[in-house]
Design a protein around this ligand. Structure first.
Ligand SMILES: C[S@@+](CC[C@H](N)C(=O)[O-])C[C@H]1O[C@@H](n2cnc3c(N)ncnc32)[C@H](O)[C@@H]1O
Length: 215
């Protein structure tokens, strides 16, 4: 069974025997983990159509004993995360933060579609550290996958902007990603009207910090 490089990268970060996959959609991640890692999965989606596509796929692979499909809003009503990892992928940061709220989760693997700076800052504030990060490029999109575990650590502003692990690993893809962040900031600076001078200055400062990370 083949899945996208993005889902494969997410699966490679899973170390626990139980997976809560919130926003499972097709449940491909769950099926891949059940087949390749012998993971027990709770495949959750808020959308009936998404869940019925998950159920069809689970039936097709005869994995009904290993994957439990659940129609649910996020993790509402679920509070026991012993021996488990929670994956939330392919959603926006506001939705993700709303799903995890004050849940006592040991290991979180997140792939957000936007606002990664805010995502890192808000989850770290809840008492997590980032222990793994990986970028998977699909077409022009850089998917950043972040693994959070319990802990306390002080991070620098640039850690929030780029990611503390992405920042230290001088891989080609990581450097390409930093160049993309600089490009996007520069585009915003160019388009901002003159009276928003302070905002322009702030973004220029961020770009100065980002450029220092390039080798
Ligand atoms: C773009 S898909 C991502 C599917 C899969 N996680 C992946 O990364 O390929 C997002 C899915 O999240 C579901 N979703 C969005 N908000 C949710 C919530 N609060 N609780 C459960 N599922 C949610 C949507 O119905 C949709 O199926």
């Amino acid at each position: 069974m083949r899945v996208s490089k993005r889902l494969e990268a997410i699966a490679s970060m899973i170390t626990e025997p139980i997976l809560y996959d919130v926003g499972c959609d097709h449940a491909l991640l769950d099926i891949y983990c059940a087949l390749n890692k012998n993971t027990t999965c709770i495949a959750i989606d808020i959308n009936k159509n998404a869940l019925s596509s998950a159920i069809n796929n689970i039936n097709k692979y005869k994995l009904n004993d290993q994957i439990k499909p659940v129609l649910n809003k996020g993790l509402d009503g679920i509070d026991d995360f012993t021996n488990s990892v929670v994956v939330i992928a392919g959603m926006g940061t506001s939705n993700i933060l709303n799903i995890i709220k004050d849940k006592k989760i040991e290991h979180l693997i997140i792939q957000s579609n936007n606002e990664l700076w805010r995502l890192r800052r808000e989850i770290i504030k809840k008492g997590y550290i980032i222990n793994k990060e990986q970028i998977v490029k699909e077409g022009k999109i850089y998917n950043v996958i972040i693994s959070f575990i319990r802990g306390n650590k002080k991070y620098h502003i640039v850690d929030y902007m780029i990611g503390p692990i992405i920042r230290t690993k001088k891989l080609d893809i990581n450097q390409e990603y930093i160049k993309q962040l600089i490009f996007v900031n520069q585009e915003i600076i160019n388009r901002l009207p003159k009276h928003l001078f302070a905002r322009k200055l702030k973004l220029s400062f961020y770009n100065y910090l980002l450029k220092r990370e390039l080798v």
